[in-house]
Ligand binder design. Structure first.
Ligand code: 76R
Length: 250
């Protein structure tokens, strides 16, 4: 049996995709819309306190295209916290104007493929590792999210490769990724046992074109070319209360 990679886990993640019900939104009167927006803003205002207390982080983006209209991405200490958040949103007066589009449950993950090996230190005490496992989500202009698997086919089975081979392949993957330092920030979340794919990939960038460049370049790398399987891609733009209100103006 091949050796499993050792993984470190940080905050639990929920990507909560919603669509707007324009029919009910445009049919509502001004007061109903104002109450809905007030309750939505109160819900969102709570996120900054959680971030300051270092108990989690949230991000809010519109989604371009018909798969969803916006996504709330939450990182929190536990699955219970994530559950409370989605329920709190569902209880706002804004929620009836939305429909559920998609969701993804996972946990921030780092694996030991490219680490120097066991040096006897507790990795959780390393501030760089801690910051990657419990990251403050960047308020970058754009987000890109997609789920993925590593293949388990007879000829190409990632899980049957020995550790040394997987390390070698992941080294090359990391090299390509590092070429995008400063342009794309990636958060890899593991979802084996939590959701339908094995990982969630969340990318943040000021220039959305860098998503295409990075993902395309990786397609030629063996880890993705041979072993990667991908779900639907969601791409969008940073939201603020102001830009969301602007989007909802009827
Ligand atoms: O964590 C690290 O920075 C060390 C190197 C590294 C690992 C272990 C790394 C670097 N990744 C790792 C693990 Mn990655 N990554 C993806 C995708 O679209 C595709 O083809 C794949 C989707 C992107 C875009 C990306 C970007 N990575 C993983 C894993 C877990 C694998 C496992 O355990 O089997 C997956 C699924 C995955 C997928 N990766 C980087 C990036 C970038 C930009 C980097 C460089 C980070 C940096 O050095 O700043």
């Amino acid at each position: 049996m091949s050796e499993a990679a050792l993984t470190l886990e940080g905050w639990y993640a929920l990507h909560d995709f919603r669509s707007l019900n324009w029919t009910t939104w445009t049919a509502a009167d001004d007061e109903e819309r104002a109450v809905a927006l007030d309750e939505l803003n109160a819900f969102i205002d709570e996120w900054s306190g959680v971030e300051e207390a270092k108990l989690g982080s949230s991000a809010w983006y519109s989604i371009v295209g018909q798969k969803a209209d916006f996504v709330m991405m939450h990182l929190r200490e536990s699955l219970e916290d994530l559950n409370k958040l989605e329920t709190a949103f569902n209880k706002t007066a804004f929620a009836p104007f939305t429909t559920k589009a998609y969701s993804y449950v996972s946990i921030v993950e780092l694996s030991n493929y490219n680490s120097g090996g066991d040096n006897g230190e507790d990795p959780m005490q390393n501030p760089h590792i801690a910051a990657r496992l419990k990251p403050a989500l960047p308020k970058a202009r754009h987000i890109c999210f997609y789920p993925m698997n590593k293949k388990r086919e007879l000829a190409d089975n990632w899980y049957m490769l020995d550790m040394a081979k997987r390390k070698e392949l992941m080294y090359s993957h990391g090299l390509i990724g590092r070429g995008y330092a400063g342009k794309v920030k990636q958060i890899i979340t593991g979802s084996v046992g939590f959701d339908d794919w094995e990982w969630g990939v969340t990318l943040f960038a000021e220039d959305a074109l860098q998503f295409k460049k990075l993902v395309y370049e990786m397609r030629f790398d063996e880890v993705s070319a041979r072993y990667g399987e991908f779900g639907s891609f969601y791409v969008g733009n940073l939201l603020t209360s102001e830009s969301f209100e602007e989007m909802l103006k009827v």
